[in-house]
Design a protein around this ligand. Structure first.
Ligand code: ZN
Length: 309
């Protein structure tokens, strides 16, 4: 059995924000197809995501937000949470597995059965703050899983965000938590256009449009790895967005497949050599379907090279 797991659930397909919306069920289909067509399924352990409970959402979100989402779920058609984040009658079926996947990954890592879990889930999460859903995100899957790991006794956690958009929700949720180191790269300017923040345990790495994989390597090697070494995380969580790919027209970075493989292998090797218990990665953005599928494949190959190599 591989120590690298792909964690998902068919219910993650059911959330639907309309025919023209880029955050669509086909994103998960192309990832699964690519994993099968490439033969990668033979190298991975596939695990079904558990079903998260209401109390799990409350690990990172206010009662007000959870109630608001529950009350807005429409009986038919769509309901708005913000201008580009919508609910459909089946949204909660996806949300409970998107959140559940992170819990499953944490349990499998702490139980010693895997080193790394990639949560192929939707809706994504990193724009969701304690009180607000935004930017295609309902609840913050990663933040809930971090809180869950903390409840299991994990003290120091690093969160790495490589989505092309700044993970503003994640940053705000952990603003007061000195035991969470957040390293985040993102295109700037671009939604959500964050203000620079100076604080311990936060490394913001804004990149100008047209930055490529060399910029990624420079950020990780010069800014992130020294801080990770000093911080000595016991677990690492990654917001793995693939919308920084050159073919993805949601933004204007120029990452390619090999950059995702490099990043993934680099972080995996760090984990192996620094007594990190494991890595939990969450699918965030990535809207060019073919590029998304290739990006995820290479990311998983990077994890395999680091842990199984
Ligand atoms: Zn994004």
């Amino acid at each position: 059995m591989s120590r690298i797991a792909l964690i998902s659930h068919p219910a993650c397909r059911r959330h639907d924000m309309g025919a023209e919306h880029p955050e669509c069920a086909a994103r998960l289909d192309v990832i699964q197809d690519r994993i099968l067509a490439s033969g990668l399924d033979l190298s991975l352990t596939q695990i079904s995501a558990t079903r998260a409970q209401r109390d799990d959402y409350l690990r990172a979100h206010s009662e007000q937000l959870v109630s608001l989402v529950e009350q807005r779920i429409p009986k038919e058609g769509y309901a708005d949470l913000d201008g580009d984040t919508h609910l459909c009658p089946h949204t909660m079926a996806s949300v409970e597995r998107a959140v559940g996947a992170g819990l499953t990954a944490v349990d499998a890592i702490l139980g010693g059965t895997i080193d790394s879990g990639f949560c192929a889930v939707r809706p994504p999460g990193h724009h969701a703050s304690q009180d607000h859903s935004a930017g295609f995100c309902i609840f913050n899957n990663l933040a809930i899983a971090v809180r869950y790991a903390q409840s299991k006794g994990i003290e120091r956690i690093a969160v790495l965000d490589i989505d092309v958009h700044h993970g503003d929700g994640t940053q705000s949720i952990f603003a007061q938590d000195a035991n969470v180191l957040l390293c985040s790269l993102y295109q700037n300017p671009l939604y959500p256009n964050p203000e620079p923040v100076e604080r311990a345990n936060l490394i913001q790495s804004p990149l100008p449009p047209a930055s490529d994989g060399n910029a990624l390597r420079q950020v990780v090697q010069e800014q992130w790895l020294p801080s990770l070494t000093q911080f000595a995380p016991q677990m690492i969580f990654v917001s793995a967005g693939f919308d920084g790919h050159i073919e993805d027209d949601m933004a204007a970075l120029k990452f390619v497949e090999q950059d995702y493989a490099w990043f993934s292998q680099c972080i995996g090797q760090f984990a192996r050599t620094h007594q990190v218990k494991g890595i939990v990665s969450f699918l965030e953005g990535g809207y060019h379907l073919s590029a998304l599928a290739r990006g995820v494949e290479h990311y998983l190959r990077g994890q395999l090279a680091a842990f199984d190599g």
